[in-house]
Write a protein that binds this ligand. Structure first.
Ligand SMILES: C[S@@+](CC[C@H](N)C(=O)[O-])C[C@H]1O[C@@H](n2cnc3c(N)ncnc32)[C@H](O)[C@@H]1O
Length: 405
């Protein structure tokens, strides 16, 4: 059904300016009687020198022009493009795609569907793995579902999607990992789908010298994974340890810590280890969140929020949100900049939120510490991560009159 153009463009605008969700957007085609200044425009967010910029690539008939617009100037740059008489906007976000077509009458035809950033499984003409430069073309997959590596690992369709989407979170921050060899740890690696895929992306495709270690409690996983590393010819660079994330000794310590669906507080253990190792980049997609669910059941909810946790299903979802909000706050207090990202469509896994943390070394913000304390005190909880971090993160109130939540 056609609808008025202005509110439809406002929706596109909101998606373009949502740095945590936008994967890529393209404006192309022309409206009836209109002639856009550029034949086409591509937009995506990139991280440059500690700050996020909106990268705008415009094309005329002969060449492409790339400019990186800082976050403050991004709304004006987006508005200027939205004013151009493009006939189509195609916006890929994590998990869904929004398409706007302008009809002959000048109305909007909006279509929303699953993300074409992770399209249905089908062969593609060539392997689609870009490098890490800021001018790379964005392609539908970093590791396509039909890639032989997935078959060698025995990964199912959903796991393939999760892994590809996880790599997408890594791509924009990979340049933070300077020097070589790049040391990577996949904590709670299980069958090491992510470990091998990350190694392939960083080493075989981006040409980095990489040493990767996968850690999992299960000795049987270590044996299977080590055997596969040998078959793939990567045994010298990819190794596996049977051990507990909380205590495993990794020397030298990893620069990049990954954790995909490490159970319950194993995610907290991974985050805490990364903080103590001062790893520059940490990406963790948590799994179940029993820790706070149990605590929420035991404590009286603060007024007027009792209805939020009255029903088990809602209490579970609320515990997920509360846990990840508090984890993000703790990471911020530890000097990390944190993005919370819905990295893959929920039909591939309900555990589709990830924390991506990049170390900046910024001093802890007292307002974040206060917000953290107040939230914990209100709900009567103490997250596992706080205990694991101990003195590494200052959450105690140091002001003379301040109460400790
Ligand atoms: C749900 S699986 C996910 C595996 C893999 N990352 C993936 O996404 O396919 C969670 C894995 O974490 C491992 N795990 C749980 N707690 C752990 C701990 N404290 N130390 C090491 N591994 C742990 C389990 O053995 C299991 O293999």
């Amino acid at each position: 059904m056609p609808e008025p153009l202005a509110p439809a463009l406002a929706r596109v605008r909101a998606e373009l300016l949502d740095r945590e969700r936008l994967v890529r957007a393209v404006a192309a085609g022309r409206r009836r009687g209109g002639s856009p200044r550029w034949r086409r425009a591509d937009l995506r967010w990139v991280e440059l020198r500690d700050a996020w910029s909106l990268q705008v690539v415009t094309y005329d008939e002969r060449q492409a022009y790339t400019r990186n617009v800082d976050a403050a100037a991004a709304p004006a740059a987006v508005d200027a493009l939205l004013e151009e008489p493009y006939g189509n906007w195609h916006v890929d976000t994590h998990g869904r795609t929004l398409q706007l077509r302008v009809t002959k009458r000048g109305d909007a035809q909006l279509h929303e569907g699953p993300s074409t950033a992770a399209p249905p499984e089908r062969p593609e003409p060539s392997r689609t793995v870009p490098g890490f430069g800021t001018h790379d073309r964005v392609k539908p997959h970093l590791l396509a579902p039909h890639d032989p590596l997935f078959a060698a690992m025995g990964a199912g369709a959903d796991k393939r999607r999760q892994v590809d989407a996880f790599l997408r979170m890594l791509q924009p921050v990979a340049h933070r990992l300077a020097g070589g060899p790049l040391r990577v740890a996949d904590l709670g690696c299980g069958n090491a789908y992510l470990s091998f895929a990350a190694f392939r992306l960083l080493h075989a495709d981006a040409g980095r010298d990489v040493e990767l270690v996968g850690v999992d409690l299960r000795a049987v996983a270590r044996e299977r994974n080590a055997e596969l590393a040998g078959r793939l010819g990567w045994a010298d660079q990819v190794r596996f340890v049977a051990g507990d994330i909380s205590t495993v000794e990794l020397q030298p310590t990893p620069q990049l810590v990954l954790a995909l669906h490490a159970c319950d507080t194993a995610t907290d253990a991974a985050l805490a280890r990364a903080v103590r190792w001062q790893s520059p980049v940490v990406i963790a997609a948590p799994c179940c969140h029993h820790d706070l669910q149990v605590q929420l059941r035991a404590a009286a909810p603060p007024a007027p929020y009792a209805l939020l946790t009255r029903h088990a299903t809602l209490r579970e979802r609320f515990a997920d949100t509360l846990t990840d909000a508090l984890r993000a706050a703790l990471l911020r207090l530890a000097g990390y900049r944190v993005d919370v990202i819905e990295f893959v469509a929920s039909r591939h896994t309900p555990r589709n939120v990830a924390l991506r943390a990049v170390y900046t070394g910024h001093a802890p913000d007292p307002a974040v510490a206060e917000g953290y304390r107040e939230l914990c005190a209100a709900w009567g909880v103490r997250p596992a991560l706080e205990g694991l971090l101990g003195d590494a993160v200052p959450v105690a109130d140091s002001s003379p009159a301040g109460p400790r939540g």
